[in-house]
Design a protein around this ligand. Sequence first.
Ligand code: SIN
Length: 309
Amino acid sequence: MTTATAPASVSRQHSAPHPAVHACDAGRFEIRPLAAPLGAEVIGLDLSQPLTQADFARIHRAHLDHHVLVIRDQRITPSQQIAFSRRFGPLQVHVLHQFQLPGHPEVLVVSNVVENGKPIGLGDAGHFWHSDLSYKERPSLGSLLHARELPAEGGDTLFANMHLAWDTLPAALQRAVDGRQAEHTYLARYAELQQRSPWRPDLTPEQVAQVRPVLQPVVRTHPETGRKALFVSEHFTTRIVGLPEDESRALLDQLFAHSVRPAHIYRHRWQPHDLVFWDNRSLLHLAAGCPPHLRRVMYRTTIEGDVPR
Ligand code: SIN
């Protein structure tokens, strides 16, 4: 099995609450912004219990404000994860149906564990920076990843703030890409992944038909906050439409490098029972990988979003 490693340029960020920011006092749970360019911890929420409309509204607002919510200590079942995820929209079923949780097609098992010679989940999910399902006409609004089994070392997940990436992009580059479209395809690096890992089966014609290339804006506007964000990734974006091949490649390389500058990144070090809920309209993410002999089992649900504009 391969072990994905984070790019050397990515610095480790602290996940402790920022000393200058006070937790929200109202309600039964606290929302504590992290000392990072994105993210907040949610302490004292129990998603095994019904969520009131007021609590849901607080979580929704915090998700829009912080882009990643680290909801601590969730002793929840897959059905409870699905129910909470559905509060935000319909769920998307991953094209690799081999890695669905039995009985729960909405749950993608993300795991490096092999049982009886068969992988129980997608072990190299998140190997390259990406926004989930950007290769679909309606990419994901957000994803929720629940820690079921964590390795003693490694297994971090990194998030890059694509609003900041846009805001800090040099003006000449902003002018070069604003209003343009780019092609995204699930198959962009599939063969490359297939060569180095046991988790990428040959796709059936039906699966290929589900992931035809789509065009997305290079710069999208968040449908709920109105903020602009860069929307290209090294995993799925293949070219900028209307530019010569070499120009498109050079531009994309600059955008990718800028997007994941350390100043834009939060590195999440998982704790047992963390449920991490991120906004794919605002972020890219990357799985840093863990030593192959250490077990990592995570359950992911993915919420459908709008057509990017
Ligand atoms: C993913 O890309 O959804 C998986 C991220 C992770 O395993 O940390």
